[in-house]
Design a protein around this ligand. Structure first.
Ligand SMILES: CC(C)(COP(=O)(O)OP(=O)(O)OC[C@H]1O[C@@H](n2cnc3c(N)ncnc32)[C@H](O)[C@@H]1OP(=O)(O)O)[C@@H](O)C(=O)NCCC(=O)NCCS
Length: 201
């Protein structure tokens, strides 16, 4: 996770995020990630295949000719035990969501994971929620108990405000991930207010 050498001096907090196009698929030869399977997903074409099959959309970050990170988004349904929105008069236990599918950054970068997730939140709020009902962003946060210590990425998402769909889940989880969600309501409403103020000027 610490930066070392190659990308020192790059400010990833504002870096451009590009939609994956056929020309960008050739990038990624030198991509290095703390989890090798995420290099394989890219190099062996899993992401490209899923994008071609309309199962996800993928965005990437490059520094010159080097791929340094990618994120995929897809439609999802958040399922919870509690009636999360009962105070709003909504008794459902499943809710429309957009899911972060695959997220990975080059291990020589710093701050890029946060940049990609914050970008995704902003993108969903500005581009998706005005045209289709989406209340949550979800993620199946990788939890690998086969390594010592266990690889648990949930702390990264907690820093961004995500909560556990099942906070009482016993560890290690039954699947190699823990489902988490971010409630978009406050952010959606703040954006609507901002737009209203702009329109009044
Ligand atoms: C998870 C991942 C995308 C995070 O990206 P990153 O660029 O390393 O994260 P950032 O540099 O933006 O770090 C943001 C903060 O989260 C923290 N963080 C990163 N991984 C963490 C983890 N597993 N647990 C707790 N905190 C974590 C960082 O220490 C940093 O904290 P700081 O701001 O206080 O220093 C990256 O580690 C990665 O590619 N991992 C392998 C693939 C993976 O696990 N993907 C997620 C699948 S759900």
């Amino acid at each position: 996770m610490a930066s070392a050498g190659k990308f020192d001096g790059v400010d990833f907090s504002q870096v451009d995020i590009q939609h994956l196009t056929p020309e960008l698929r050739q990038l990624g030869q030198g991509f290095r990630c703390v989890r090798g399977e995420f290099v394989t997903y890219w190099k062996q074409g899993r992401i490209q295949r899923e994008a071609d099959a309309h199962l996800c959309q993928c965005w990437i970050v490059r520094v010159q000719d080097a791929l340094v990170g990618y994120i995929t988004l897809l439609a999802d349904k958040l399922q919870v035990e509690n009636t999360l929105l009962v105070q709003e008069g909504v008794k459902y236990r499943t809710f429309p969501a957009v899911k972060i599918g695959l997220l990975a950054v080059d291990r020589r970068t710093k701050g890029l994971g946060i940049r990609l997730v914050e970008w995704a939140i902003d993108y969903v709020i500005t581009e998706v929620t005005p045209i289709i009902g989406v209340r949550f962003i979800t993620v199946d946060a990788l939890y690998d108990s086969e390594v010592e210590p266990a690889y648990d990425v949930s702390g990264f998402y907690e820093k961004l405000g995500f909560e556990f769909a099942d906070p009482n889940e016993t560890l290690p989880p039954a699947h190699p991930y823990r489902t988490m969600y971010l409630d978009l309501k406050v952010l959606i409403e703040a954006l609507a207010l901002e737009k209203r103020d702009e329109d009044q000027v």
